[in-house]
Design a protein around this ligand. Structure first.
Ligand code: GUN
Ligand code: ZN
Length: 441
């Protein structure tokens, strides 16, 4: 296949922006040479063009090319209930979320929801997502089929619970194991799909179900793990009551043997110092979901305490507790919520926001050798943000005087309307209508 030379101004963060003040890499009028979906060379466009006269050129001039966004916490069954504002977590679950999740018992309904969900991701520039699935195995089969058709990278799992939700959403430890096993054998590592063992949260999972999850992870050591932790004060208190022998919320997962490098715990708003020390020791990650934390009134994420403890942090939209699929909006909300914490907050720069929305997610998923930035050897997963001519963002970008200003403007103003084109592994997975990149022979 002829290599493709993408011509664009691109930006990426090949290093951890919280550890390296110089993490942002910018190439004005750059070139990324992509062969078989992988970046094989990167640099200045005209030098690359001279070296590769046979390559096909794709012109992406105007706007900025960024690595595809990586959403580390998003619920597939909740796409149609985004925007249920005005309730705290447990009330919202009971009255808004769980009734909708029960509807996914019907595979036809589940397929339609999966399509809405995957479209929401890709038209917002998200190329990889750690997806909280459905309680129903049939809905998960449907989800993985649709995900394969979408071209997106998904790390997803059947959600398991055996108490305190609704009877139709409950499983048993035996079923949690056998259905999880069947899904892992069918889908984990197939195409762009991976599997995440997913107890909903300790509140709804008995020790038996947590043990069944641990058995799956023991039998399939390279799968991922995800759940919720310390999101809401009432939730934390309920978990304490349900696990009187546990030291804290994290300990309910630790005792079952669930914590490790591929673990991603969503929210972590009310986490104690002991828990932070242990999360760092396990090398698991926190998925910070600022829009959801605001919408459900869960609290202000203590980013500084996580970073000081050595806990890795990535970003998640938490649709449908969160307010949409845009990782740009999520980055902006993360910035706002740190600003609100004065000295306890971390002043987030545009570089931090880009890192959180891209490379940090790849690190959380332990896929940073393949994804998350534009280094040579990585998959060409990319989003071309190009505001419509005449839009406010277009005007701002035309007058930005530094890459930092450009990035800040993208996070402050960018929306789905600015996502012009999206690729995963070199395959186009989304193009804004009327917008196909021009190819030159
Ligand atoms: N905790 C348990 N389930 C959920 C959920 O669906 N959303 C959020 N935000 N928190 C949860
Ligand atoms: Zn969630």
């Amino acid at each position: 296949m002829t290599p493709i030379l993408y011509r664009a101004t691109f930006m990426h963060t090949p290093r951890n922006a919280f550890q390296d003040a110089d993490a942002l890499r910018v190439q004005e009028d750059g070139g990324l040479l992509v062969d078989g979906g992988t970046i094989v060379e990167s640099g200045n466009f005209s030098s690359l063009r001279a070296m590769h006269p046979a390559a096909r050129v794709t012109e992406l001039r105007g706007g900025v090319l960024l690595p595809g966004f990586i959403d580390t916490h998003v619920h597939f069954p909740q796409v149609r209930i985004i925007g249920g504002l005005g309730r705290p977590l447990l009330d919202w679950l009971e009255h808004v979320t769980l009734p909708e999740e029960a509807r996914l018992q019907d595979n036809v309904y589940a397929r339609a929801v999966a399509r809405d969900f995957l479209h929401g991701l890709r038209c917002n520039g998200t190329t990889t997502a750690l997806v909280f699935g459905s309680h129903f195995k049939g809905a998960m089969e449907v989800f993985f089929e649709e995900a394969a058709g979408s071209g997106l990278r998904t790390v997803a799992g059947q959600v398991v619970s055996d108490r305190m939700l609704r009877p139709e959403l409950h499983t048993t430890p035996e079923r949690a194991y056998t259905e999880g096993r069947a899904l892992i054998e069918r889908w984990h590592g197939v195409g762009r799909a991976r599997y995440a063992v997913t107890p909903r949260f300790s509140l709804s999972a008995s020790e038996g179900v947590l043990d069944a999850c641990a058995a799956l992870m023991n039998d399939f050591p390279d799968v991922h793990f995800t759940s919720h932790i310390n999101e809401n004060v009432a939730e934390v208190q309920t978990v304490q009551g349900l696990f009187p022998g546990s030291l804290d919320y994290l300990d309910t997962y630790e005792r079952a043997g669930l914590m490790g490098r591929r673990g991603v715990l969503a929210h972590s708003v009310h986490t104690t110092d002991r828990e932070l020390g242990q999360m760092a020791a396990h090398r698991c990650s926190a998925a910070h979901c600022p829009c959801s934390n605001s919408a459900l009134g869960s609290g202000l994420f203590p980013l500084k305490r996580h970073l000081n403890a050595g806990v890795h942090v990535a970003l998640g939209t938490d649709v449908g507790g969160g307010t949409g699929f845009s990782m740009l909006k999520e980055g902006l909300q993360a910035y706002f919520m740190q600003q609100l914490q004065a000295d306890a907050g971390v002043p987030l720069s545009p570089t931090h926001l880009l890192y959180l929305a891209t490379r940090a997610g790849a690190e959380a998923l332990d896929l940073h050798d393949q994804l998350g930035d534009f280094s040579v050897g990585k998959a060409f997963d990319a989003v071309w943000l190009c505001p419509p001519e005449g839009s406010t963002l277009d005007a701002i970008l035309n007058h930005a005087s530094s890459p930092s200003e450009t990035l800040a403007a993208l996070f402050a103003n960018g929306t789905q309307a600015d996502v012009a084109q999206v690729w995963v592994g070199g395959d186009e997975v989304y193009a804004r209508s009327g917008n196909t990149a021009s190819h030159q022979p």
